[in-house]
Design a protein around this ligand. Sequence first.
Ligand SMILES: [Zn+2]
Length: 460
Amino acid sequence: MSLLVKNGRIITADADYHADILVKGETIETIGRQLPVQDAEVIDAAGMLVMPGGIDPHVHLDMPFMGTFSSDSYETGTTAALHGGTTMVIDFILQTQGKSLASALEEWRSRANGNARGDYSFHMAVTDFNEETKKEVRHLIEKEGITSFKTFMAYKGALMIDDRQMIGLMNEVKQQGGLVTAHATNGDMIDYLVAKHRAEGKLSPLYHYLSQPEITEAEASGRFADMAGYTGCPAYIVHLTCEGALNAVRNAARRNQQVLVETCTQYLLLDASLYEKDFEGAKWVMSPPLRERKDQAALWSGINQGIVNVVGTDHCPFMWQQKKMGEKDFSKIPNGHPGIEHRMELLFSEGVNKGRISLNKYVEVTSTNAAKIFGMFPKKGTISAGADADLIIFDPEEEHTLSASSHHMHVDYSAYEGWPVKGKVKQVLLRGKLAIDKDECKVEKGYGKFVKRNKVNGRL
Ligand SMILES: [Zn+2]
């Protein structure tokens, strides 16, 4: 089975040229002009951009949280991702405090296996680091191909670990060749502010925002960077939202420490004024919350300065009915919003088309850097001979509008209802197979594969 993608303009993180791509089986066989090919199925990509499939390293599918589950399953979530040009996602396994990492892995596998249409991997969230979990870190890296370990510096009593556990985990992960990632906000400060606002009867979604001011994130980001610098452990901050946190990373860079940074589409495009809409603000209740305009500017410039390395989504959708659990109390609103489907198109439209980032930078932050940071490059994240044939064929001119009435995510509202977008994913190949064509998903549930990852060193 051969497939020839002809006449496209190929964009990678560091190249931009016209050529044809010959795909054999699941991988790219060769790239060139006037390739002597017979008997291949042909996709004509004239006028189109051909780019590596997107990698979203921050999603929560079918995740138990605040007494409910996020509303996208592995099937619906990865299908929506494919429609939007994301061929691979990395989800988070959450250890239950008092239980093993192995039992959490088994639980997550039972929901993911056989259900995904797109490729996926897992980060392991360590919520209880002790002598037993310490032994499991090596096994996960060596045997399971899970090389990134998530920590929560917030959500006290459920997910949060203290600094003593953080240092212990970092020492072990460093030794075994992995990476520690963090939800870097100060859990104690946030708990204090949530309790204060509730006691004062301030219960609307606006107070979710006011309970997590910028300083809570700046402080924890600096502390996380310091602990990573002290232990020498590769470090990555997930969903970084604000100028203060970015400055903490900049400080670490001044002593030649690289703290890798992910932001998410919504922090680049939306701002906290949405919380002033009474309960409708619940649509954007997530942690950390949306920030100010000045933070958006800082994040875009952080991308161009190479300080922000990855744009993910923190996709964690809840139906409106689920959001209503917090109608009388912001602290009961399930945290999260839908974004998995629109990341690639929104970032292209708002980033590339509006002149904020270059095309090469676009590929870098939507695909290549995630593949490098998380141990999958060059199998994933680029277009080269031998790489997985994960390709998107993208029309840079087509205009369309985002809406819950046309999206594929299993959620009944859109965080971007009515948002005009210029640029559209036309076709998607996943490991050589045409996965999206004419707005239809062509691969079956179960086609998505678990991707085992390699050891990493925390440098780009
Ligand atoms: Zn998350």
